[in-house]
Write a protein that binds this ligand. Sequence first.
Ligand code: NAD
Length: 359
Amino acid sequence: MTVFSHREFDGHERVVFAQDAESGLKAILAVHNTNRGPALGGCRFWSYASDEEALTDVLRLSRGMTYKSALAGLPLGGGKSVVIGDARALRRDPARREALFRALGRAVEQLGGLYTAAEDVGTSVADLELVGRETRHVAGVAAGQVGDPSPYTAYGVFRGLQAAVKHRLGRDDLKGLSVAVQGLGHVGQGLCEQLSEAGAKLIVADLEEERVAETVRRFGARAADPETILASDCDVVAPCALGAVLNDDSIAALKATVVAGAANNQLAEPRHGEALRRKGVLYAPDYLINAGGIIVIAYEAGRRGPRFERAQAMAHIDRIYDTGLEIFARAEREGVATSTAADRLAEERFRRRDRAEAA
Ligand code: NAD
């Protein structure tokens, strides 16, 4: 397995393989680009089927973080780490868990601040606290601060959805618009609350019946089948569950003219961005509108000032609306998919070694 010729390698600045015999740690830390500032990104704990699969994931995810932070206007680069292992087995062995996350902390520390680790799939605040015993380059663990970033993510998705409605439907408000929300988890619930307050009519689906029942009760939403909700007869669909939901079949079946949701990597393949454009559907790029969480973590990690100021972080998340309008206008001007316009804007921002611009 080589890194430089790997299909997901994209000029990553640093890729570190960390191993610790005592704790059994096997991790890969990847820093994609730090032109805008030090890299910030989650630490994922996953039982990868192979080392190759872990490498593919960390290269792809770290690159994604560069794009996300650049588009969010943060003075940060992109990085990510993955730990290969069985998270559930580790939970049953607290001593080994502590040894493992501390070993990971030492690996982060050796990068000297080039990469700051945060929570991700398979890791918890408690795990990150163990990492933090070995390095100060860890985010999202300070007591009494942000906590769960999901409400901030939900707010950013709401603002991105508003921008998409403004551009595609020419409307400043959401009154009476029907919005189909797939997935009523941490972000989906928060989004439903804001949409309901703004006067939208909700159609909702989740695999957990309890969550559906609660949303129906709280907001007078209409329940739909999780399999077919994206094909609902509505104005907007908001995928807030899984990735890769926008594929040939689901795009063909879409009746909504706006797609704006929280789920990561909604396009099954990059070409589906163009497929949406051709169909006349305005797609709000996922990594633009779900950046509320990373924005608030960046504020908390002290990247935007000495103290976490909620009002400042919220004002920053608000900018997702303007960036959305900028991307939609650019996509139209250049005759490209909104996903392509978003990538172009991000690349312009991080390919320059210009940190002043990032501030
Ligand atoms: P979550 O796990 O709390 O909620 C996901 C919900 O989707 C669950 O209720 C689950 O039952 C439901 N679900 C799963 N498969 C489904 C299906 N086929 N149809 C309908 N519902 C289904 O996750 P979350 O934190 O709310 O995140 C939602 C999405 O947003 C994820 O893709 C996540 O990666 C992305 N995201 C979240 C954040 C954040 O701050 N939480 C930030 C950026 C991106």
